[in-house]
Structure formats: C-alpha cells, structure tokens
Design a protein around this ligand. Structure first.
Ligand code: KG4
Ligand code: ZN
Length: 339
C-alpha cells in the first residue's frame, strides 16, 4: 500500500508519500515562519491562505521525488485536527478531492497520533506498548500508547504547553518566533547556576505539568538581572534546565508507575538537545529503551501523518464522503478502527 499525506494544521504545509514496503519515498515541508514573524505568532487567516498557495506545488514536487504517479497511490491521509480550523480545511479539501479524483479512500488523521507514530518512520522503530512524552507547541502529554487508537493520557499540562513556554520566554528574550530552537541556541552560551528558576510541579505528586509560573519567574529575573548578552544566555539556560528537569522527573515517575520499558519522545520540543541528553541518561540508568524520531520527523511534517494514515487504512478504516475537521479533538477520542 502506498499513501499520500497532507499536513496543514498550523503553519507548516507538508506533503509526503509513504510506501508500506519501501518506507518513506519523499516528504516536503514548507514553513510559514517568515510570513508570521512580524506578528510574533501564527495569524490563522494568513496561514490558511498560504496553505492554499503552497500545497499543490508541494504535492507535485513530492510525487516527482517519490517517482510516483497518481495511479500508484492507494489512499490519501490528511490531518483533520486538532489545529486551526481554516488551515485544517485546506488540507482536508485537497485530500478529499484527490481521493475522489483518484478513486481511492481518504483517511482523517489526528495530528497527535501522527506525532506518536513518527518514530515508526525510523529503521529502528519502537514496539507497542510504550510510554510517550509528547511535547509540542500546543501539547505536553505523557501517554501510554497501548495500541493503535488506544492512548491513555496519564499526565498533561494544566496551563501552557512546553513549546508554548519556550516560545513565550524566547519572545521575552527578544528572539524570533517560534523561539524554542533560538532559545536553545542562546542557552548554549549560558553559565550553569548563574540564574535560579523554580522547577515547576516537582514538589507535587502526580504526572501533570504546569509551565506558566516559570514564564513569570523568567520575566521577573529578566527585569532584575540586566539584559546584556550573557545575562540573556544565563536566563535561557536556567529556563531550559527547569523545563528539561521537570519533564525528566515526571517521565521517570510515569515509567515507574506504568512499568513500561520503552520510552518515545515526540513533538517539536523533542528536537531539544538538552532534553534528549537528559532523557537518554535517564533511560540508560533505568534500563529502558528510548526512541527519538530524527528532528525533521519531530517538528510538524506529513511523513508522520502518512504513517498514521497507513496504519488506519490497513486496519480497514476510511472516511465517508463528507469533509470534516475538528479544531479541538482530544487524543482520547482518536479511537481504534472498528474490527
Ligand atoms: O510539534 P511542533 O512542530 O508543532 C506543534 O504541533 O505544536 O512543535 C513546535 C514547537 C514550538 O513551540 C517550537 O518552539 C518547539 O516546538 N521547538 C523547540 C525546539 N525546536 C522546536 N523547543 C525547544 N528546543 C528546540 N530545539
Ligand atoms: Zn505538531
């Protein structure tokens, strides 16, 4: 089976072709970062308009690179949510139109299911069940991935997502949007221990997170500590360390609680090097196998949507003729295909 996929839930337009036997044949991502930069965040209307402009050229390039003709495609997967409604509709309409024209099934994919299955794109892939730490711009979740469509959320953020906290603090530091990777680069020049920030929620039992207080603490430290380059780098490092330590401590608790022996780190913040190093050390100490998708599969892309679509199509699931997207769509409602 060969699946063409479309991702357009936020500010990345992406298309991929995944072959069940031969793996990923091509994937292309066009980031709208430059378009939204001046506004300090994603402008939904501009995002939708740009997806409309970019998706067809991306589709053409991806099919060419994959050396695939429309007649080689057995199904079309697209992100149906969660995300920006207008942006989702551009990909959903294109996906359904292609499926209709090519006479193949269309399949709606949950964006977070895509992130969870991204490590399956790698030659060394994890086996279910596993524990996933899913850290993106919109979500921070600890999930027990039991099987396809069986996701038990055992921990989540009570306020800001980890990526959102990175982005907001990066903004305070005068870095471009989205600021996660910029803040991480600045942190490399920081002096360890120069600034102290609280490690949120570590004193509380349970697996939930809270990052909004950390952003406020960073704001106060910035006011009190001068704003020369070194002070900014010190703060960036302290902030990153607080997030990484909190994520690691809760992940360790979740491993203990579930007894799972496999850990998957997914989502855009999963690209963070300090987080990878810290979690790798944790996994080694505990004798747990750890899997990170490569960076280009961590941040938003269509390859992960193709992977989820392929699994669902193979399980016999496909959409009806109506086009539906869900801006809000809890992961727990991305249910298993009927047997
Ligand atoms: O998964 P993703 O591409 O999009 C969502 O579905 O949200 O995640 C984007 C988030 C942004 O908040 C971005 O700042 C963050 O991932 N991010 C990083 C790094 N690279 C991307 N955060 C920390 N360190 C990084 N290296
Ligand atoms: Zn995402």
């Amino acid at each position: 089976m060969r699946v063409l996929s479309i991702e357009s839930s936020c500010d990345e337009s992406a298309v991929a072709v995944l072959d069940e036997d031969r793996g990923l044949l091509a994937h292309r991502v066009f980031s709208q970062v430059a378009l939204h930069d001046a506004y300090g965040g994603v402008v939904p209307e501009l995002a939708s308009r740009d997806h409309v402009c970019k998706l067809l050229p991306l589709l053409k390039e991806t099919l060419e690179e994959a050396r695939s003709a429309p007649s080689d495609i057995d199904g079309v997967a697209y992100t149906a949510g969660p995300g920006l409604a207008g942006a989702l509709l551009t990909g959903a309409c294109l996906g359904h139109a292609l499926a209709y024209a090519w006479g193949v099934p269309a399949i709606a994919v949950h964006h977070l299911e895509g992130h969870l299955l991204a490590p399956m794109l790698e030659p060394r892939a994890p086996r279910m069940p596993f524990l996933a730490l899913l850290v993106s711009g919109g979500h921070t979740l600890l999930v027990e991935v039991v099987a396809l469509g069986e996701y038990r959320i055992i921990g989540e953020t009570l306020d800001d997502a980890a990526g959102e906290a990175f982005d907001k603090t990066a903004k305070l530091l005068g870095l471009p949007y989205p600021g996660g990777a910029h803040l991480a680069a600045l942190a490399e020049r920081g002096r360890p221990g120069a600034v102290k920030l609280p490690k949120p929620m570590l004193d509380r039992p349970g697996l939930d997170f809270s990052f909004s207080g950390l952003k406020t603490a960073a704001q106060l430290a910035l006011r009190g500590g001068g704003v020369d380059e070194q002070a900014r780098a010190n703060l960036a490092l302290a902030f990153q360390t607080a997030i990484v330590e909190t994520l690691a401590a809760k992940t360790e608790r979740a491993l203990e609680q579930t007894g799972l022996q496999t850990l998957v780190v997914a989502g855009g913040v999963g690209a963070n090097r300090a987080l990878r190093t810290r979690l790798s050390a944790l996994a080694e100490t505990r004798g747990v196998e750890i899997f990170f998708p490569r960076t280009e599969y961590c941040t938003d892309n269509a390859a992960m949507i193709a992977m989820a679509g392929l699994w669902r199509l193979k399980a016999g699931q496909s959409d009806g003729p109506e086009i539906r997207v869900r801006a809000r769509w809890p992961l727990s409602e991305a249910v298993a295909p009927p047997n």
